[in-house]
Every structure is written in structure tokens, then in C-alpha cells.
Write a protein that binds this ligand. Structure first.
Ligand SMILES: Nc1ncnc2c1ncn2[C@@H]1O[C@H](COP(=O)(O)OP(=O)(O)OP(=O)(O)O)[C@@H](O)[C@H]1O
Ligand SMILES: [Mg+2]
Length: 331
């Protein structure tokens, strides 16, 4: 369904910087991150609260709010630069080429509209279809996302659905214009635990069928293990390790990634995560010199306190840690 060569990434982010201007200077929320997502691939983005996962997603979809702004780098969608588009053009890209799924389905659904009206409006804004054909497509989409009796439910209002069913509607809406990329930020956190796995499985299945690339932000390492092809581990606005899911989960290299993975058996609830890493992430206004993780790192050595490690290739992954760039010194 896409006209891009199979080896060209759908999304390509290069040396992205996002700053939040404050009276005391610029806070570097995202400080030079790079990653690609191939067609049909799911990139899982993980890391503690405040790591920069949502800001990265917002940058990709062009929704960073002032005082935040992209202060450097490039974002390309199917080869085309999108980080420097005007608001109107970016709005078109967002509806047509990038679908979005957020934590709370009600942020994407207008409570005053029947869901069918929202779906057909989105479809007709982006695809050349008659009202009738758009409605038929909306019903098909609702069936695809597992809404029972979609011919009837299409005329319901958002409040007439359960949380899980609402998120299914949001997924239908995100896919309505056949986007190349879906950005999903904690898409199941607000839902009942019993439906979380179904919703994630649904996103994965529908995007795989359509060749849609997915950026999936989640705290839930279980979700990552089952869903992601590649994983990016973020810490304090940087990607500290990125690579194939089996590598990152099976043999994490960065000490922070190791700590995260040791939290896998925990349940989904926030209280359970990350208990294994002592301390907390530094505030952006007071990042330590060198590696931002060094004050919490059990493998820290001299250079880590002064020189920031850059991501270096390690087989199929990239790791930003002096343990590997200066192996002889660490041993
Ligand atoms: N409007 C804002 N003004 C100032 N700083 C902000 C703003 N929005 C986000 N930040 C900062 O950017 C950093 C990254 O935030 P972000 O929301 O991306 O974290 P996250 O990884 O999504 O966390 P969570 O897991 O809690 O959703 C944080 O330090 C946050 O304080
Ligand atoms: Mg977030």
C-alpha cells in the first residue's frame, strides 16, 4: 500500500533536540537522539517517568507545545522532512500519514460527536470518498478493531462505550486514513488490566497487516517483549541502548537497561516498576556531568563522571556506555 522502497525507513529521526525554554535557560528534554522505524516494524520506547518518551512522540507528530521546541536535528517521514513544516501542513501529515493513539481515548474522541461522524470526517478529509463510501469504510474499520455490531454502534457517542471499546474506536480513527506510521503513547495505561493485552495485540496485528510502522511508548516490559521488534531505552533525554528486542531483553548491556529488564516479572502497576534501580532520574535542570546515569550506576568508573558516552554500534545494537567504549579501562 505504500510507494516507498522496502528498505527505506518510514520514520527517521536524526540527532533530535527538544528544549523547554525557562527563565533560567533551556532545559534539554531531548538531547540528541537518533532512530529509524522500518515499514511494519514496532519500535518500543521504554524508560522511567520523565525520560523523554512522550516528548519524543510529540516531536514526531508535531505537537510540542511552547515553551517546548525542536532545537536541532531532523525528523523524516518516508524520506520527507517533517520537523520544519508549517502548522497547517503538519496537521495534514498528522491526520493522513501519522495516526496517534494516546493513553486516554477521550483525548482523541469528541464527546459531542457520534463516533461514525468522527470516523467519516477523518476518512473524507484525507481520502477521496463519497459520504456513503466513507461510512461503509468506517463500519469496516470498526469491525476490524473488534466492535460488535458496527452498523449499529457507529451511531453511538463515545460515552456509550467502555474504556477498552473506546480505545478500539481510537485505533480505528488512527488507521482511518491509512497512515504510514502510528505513534502510540501508553495506549493501555488507562484501561482495565483485563483488556490491555487485547488492545496491544490489536494494534500490532492491524499495523502488521497494513505495513504500518509503530512507535509504541510504554512502561510495560511485558508488552515490549510481546510486541516490539526493536527497543529504544531512554534515560534523561537520551537513548542509552537500542536494538532488537531479543538482545535488549535477553542480554541488556547498558546498566540502566539491565536494571529495567530485571523489573520484567513485575505486574503492570506503576508501584511495582523499577524497584531494582536505587535512586531516581535527575531533574533536567540539574543533570550530572558525564553520563547522566552515573550516580545510580553500580558499574560507574572515573570517566563516567566527566565524559558523556555517545551511542556506539555493538553488533545489531547501539549502546552509550563507557563500559563498552573503554572496556580495557573498566576491567
Ligand atoms: N511543558 C513542559 N515544560 C517543561 N518541561 C517539560 C514539559 N513537558 C515535559 N517536560 C520535561 O521533559 C522531560 C520529558 O518528559 P516526558 O513527558 O517526555 O517524559 P516521559 O518519558 O513520557 O515520562 P512518563 O513515563 O511519566 O510519561 C521531563 O523532564 C519533563 O519534566
Ligand atoms: Mg509520557
Amino acid at each position: 500500500m505504500t510507494d516507498i522502497p522496502t528498505n527505506e525507513p518510514v520514520l527517521s529521526v536524526r540527532d533530535l533536540h527538544v528544549d523547554f525554554s525557562t527563565r533560567r535557560g533551556a532545559l534539554k528534554a531531548i538531547d540528541g537522539i537518533s532512530f529509524d522505524i522500518a515499514p511494519g516494524e514496532v519500535l518500543g520506547v521504554v524508560g522511567e517517568s520523565g525520560a523523554g518518551k512522550s516528548v519524543t512522540g510529540s516531536a514526531v507528530v508535531g505537537l510540542i507545545e511552547p515553551p517546548g521546541h525542536i532545537s536541532g536535528g531532523e525528523i523524516r517521514l518516508a524520506g520527507r522532512r517533517i520537523d520544519n513544516l508549517g502548522a497547517e501542513e503538519m496537521r495534514r501529515v498528522r491526520g493522513k500519514e501519522i495516526g496517534m493513539i494516546f493513553q486516554d481515548p477521550l483525548t482523541s474522541l469528541n464527546p459531542l460527536y457520534r463516533i461514525g461522524d468522527q470516523l467519516t470526517e477523518t476518512i473524507r478529509t484525507h481520502l477521496p470518498l463519497s459520504a456513503r463510501a466513507a461510512r461503509a469504510r468506517a463500519i469496516d474499520l470498526l469491525a476490524d478493531v473488534g466492535i460488535p455490531a458496527p452498523e449499529q454502534r457507529i451511531d453511538s457517542y463515545p460515552h456509550e462505550f467502555s474504556g477498552g471499546m473506546r480505545q478500539r474506536v481510537v485505533i480505528a480513527l488512527a488507521l482511518a486514513a491509512e497512515p504510514k506510521l502510528v505513534v502510540a503513547d501508553e495506549p493501555t495505561t488507562a484501561l482495565d488490566v483485563s483488556v490491555q493485552a487485547q488492545i496491544i495485540a490489536l494494534i500490532k496485528k492491524l499495523c502488521a497487516e497494513r505495513g504500518t510502522a509503530v512507535m509504541l511508548v510504554t512502561h510495560d516490559m511485558g508488552v515490549i517483549a510481546e510486541t516490539a521488534d526493536q527497543v529504544a531505552v531512554m534515560y534523561a533525554g537520551r537513548i542509552v541502548e537500542k536494538g532488537p528486542v531479543a538482545d535488549i531483553i535477553g542480554r541488556p548491556m547498558h546498566p540502566y537497561a539491565r536494571g529495567l529488564m530485571s523489573a520484567i516479572p513485575s505486574l503492570v502497576s506503576d508501584a511495582d516498576r523499577l524497584v531494582q534501580i536505587p535512586g531516581s532520574m535527575p531533574r533536567l535542570a540539574s543533570l550530572p556531568d558525564g553520563c547522566a546515569f552515573h550516580p545510580r550506576c553500580d558499574r560507574c568508573f572515573d570517566i563516567c563522571t566527566t565524559l558523556r558516552p555517545e551511542p556506539e554500534p555493538r553488533g545489531a545494537r547501539r549502546v552509550a556506555c563507557h563500559l563498552y567504549t573503554h572496556e580495557e579501562m573498566a576491567s
